[in-house]
Design a protein. Sequence first.
Length: 293
Amino acid sequence: MHLIIGASGRLGRYIAENLLQRGEQVKAVSRDPEKLASLKSKGAKIVQGDLRDPSWMDGTLRNVQYLFIAAHGLVPPSRRNTIDTVDDTGNRYLIDAAKRAGVQHIIFTSVHQAHPNAPMKFARIKYKIEEYLKASGVDYTIVRPSAFIETHAIFRLAEPIQRTGKVTLIGDVTTPVMWISAADVADYMVDNIENPEMKNSTKVISGPDILSQVQVIEIIEQLLGKKAKLSRIPNGFLHAVRILSRPLHPGISNLLEAALMTTKKNGQQSMQLDWTAPASVADVVYKWIVDTN
């Protein structure tokens, strides 16, 4: 039995669909089970579960062999759903429960910037949970992907351009960013689930492209056949909003920090990869255009 946490998100859904196509037994967990109707129709067992509340975990994890953790507390931003309550405390609850239930292997989705001294809080928390998982005694695979094309290129850039012809840019828009498709990340996890080289290891993965936001927009414009009207929110203003919102709405503060830091110069271009995914930004954007027309 395979259990996917965060199955209503892009990566979690891709993992679940991949496993179901292979005839595997799948439990799919989400705070909002209604979002998992398509997975249920394909044979997945649907479980309502929130990482902030561990009461459901022991029963759901019973007889689970592989646990995929693909949830995070960045989206949707709220006062209660935060990286502290979900990515930190919630993942600790989950790892402890997995150990009690005898789960054989945990596949944990981290981020490629994960480091104890990372400038982004989200990356520091991911690193803390990596270490917590390693100390649990449960076999693990930690996967550190780069920026998801589906999120940072399509959702943030391509969808607004297609819908309105306009897009608002944030962060260092000319800084090269490493990109990967969430679908490729799911394939990598599922394809290598029984690979002995993956057990108790940390894998840094990305796709073939290292492109700035401006370069990605040029690709989107070419594929859509339309020129976008660009505007920018000054970084100083966003930083001020992030700091001011921290005590009142930590979810928004964390999301703004992640959006700003994703494109910040951080040495990511020189990172050594354990695997390079096949799909380029153009490949994924083109497929999205075909699927939505």
